[in-house]
Design a binder for this molecule. Structure first.
Ligand SMILES: [Zn+2]
Length: 170
């Protein structure tokens, strides 16, 4: 099933505690494209709406999948495992957003709450998912250990080519 998630009444979704589940083709994420080595494949997402007793609206986002990227250290292929799991509070107007100073104070005092975003009745959920993916990426995307730059460790598979070179140099 492919429903467009670019035009969603996000308030109703929350009030009804509804959830949307689907797949996100990499090719449809324009802001992420530059970081990817190819755009075949899809990510999975689940968006769950909720409303608490004080009528505050929340959105819980889960995005999983693999991003084909390049290691920024060795430039080899790297499969970045994505696991976005984030809760946002929906507000109706920008005036309801925390101002930066408040937010900073909250972070400093360790009381940082849930991040707020402005919702709408024709909300672009696709753009929000992409934003969350971008925010989740590490500053430097790199292998934990780059195999290309390290000598072959004991027990690691030796390629036939390396074995041949070793023989030749004897
Ligand atoms: Zn690497």
């Amino acid at each position: 099933m492919t429903t467009s998630i670019k035009d969603i009444d996000i308030f109703t979704l929350c009030k009804e505690h509804a959830h949307i589940q689907g797949s996100l083709p990499l090719a449809q994420l324009p802001r992420l494209k530059d970081d990817l080595t190819q755009t075949d494949g899809t990510l999975s997402y689940t968006v769950t709406g909720a409303q608490d007793a004080e009528k505050r609206l929340f959105l819980h986002l889960i995005i999983t999948g693999t991003l084909p990227m390049n290691c920024q250290r060795c430039a080899e292929d790297l499969a970045h495992e994505l696991s976005v799991d984030n809760t946002l509070e929906l507000v109706h107007t920008e005036a309801e957003l925390d101002d930066e100073e408040e937010e900073l104070n909250a972070i400093m005092s360790g009381n940082a709450g849930v991040e707020k975003i402005v919702g709408s009745q024709n909300f672009d959920l696709m753009a929000l998912l992409e934003e969350e993916i971008l925010l989740s990426l590490p500053i430097v995307v790199a292998h934990e250990v780059c195999t290309e730059t390290l000598p072959t460790a004991v027990g690691e598979k030796v390629s036939p080519f390396d074995a041949l070179m070793a023989l030749k140099s004897q």
